[in-house]
Ligand binder design. Sequence first.
Ligand code: COA
Length: 208
Amino acid sequence: MRPGILPALLSLLSLPAFMSTYANRPVSIREITEADIPAIRRIYAHHVEHGIATFEMTPPSEEEMLLRYRRIRAEDMPYLAAFDGDRLLGYCYASTYRPRPAYRFTVEDSIYLSPDQQGQGVGRQLLQALISRCEAGPWRQMVAVISGEGSEASVALHEKLGFVHAGNLRTVGFKHDRWIDTILMQRALGSGCDAPPPATMRSTLASN
Ligand SMILES: CC(C)(COP(=O)(O)OP(=O)(O)OC[C@H]1O[C@@H](n2cnc3c(N)ncnc32)[C@H](O)[C@@H]1OP(=O)(O)O)[C@@H](O)C(=O)NCCC(=O)NCCS
């Protein structure tokens, strides 16, 4: 079968956004549960200790990861993972971009894969699912804050999914004995700023 034929056939069948239709690494994607937190923590701990994609310096405990997960779910935001059978390959979630209430229609995405799963299309499937989930909610912009060094895969992934560069911040991080820039990218969700946000949410969330 020619490359690209399978995804095209699957998309003709109008599969729901959550079924993977892309790439050579078939995965299933679903909302995580609390039982997935230990596997997620292991992946994140690797990136905290060995990478600069996150500016966190010490791997958080399982309890802390659970609290963070509950905070995201309390905001009704998606927290997804990709699986091959029972194995969790990577995860992504949306979180509040900044806490002040006028930012409430803007989310930030975070995405991390197990190091042996990178470069096989898993990130693209995960982030696409996250975007679809957020577009079904009230959010209108998604922001990515990407480490400016060794981030080719992340920048490429976000570009492929419609993000545009929104700016650079120079040397705002210091990790593994070096200064690190951040790249900001953003993407409209749904109608973006072409229409006002849902009337019921225009003021009700503004509590401070
Ligand atoms: C960044 C990350 C999530 C990307 O996921 P991935 O599964 O490796 O990426 P994919 O294989 O889905 O690739 C997505 C696109 O980026 C391109 N790409 C992937 N790696 C690339 C690289 N190193 N250089 C250039 N382009 C690259 C792919 O060609 C693909 O484009 P295509 O769909 O047109 O072929 C993953 O590599 C990762 O977990 N990295 C470490 C943590 C991290 O940086 N997280 C992001 C924090 S903002």
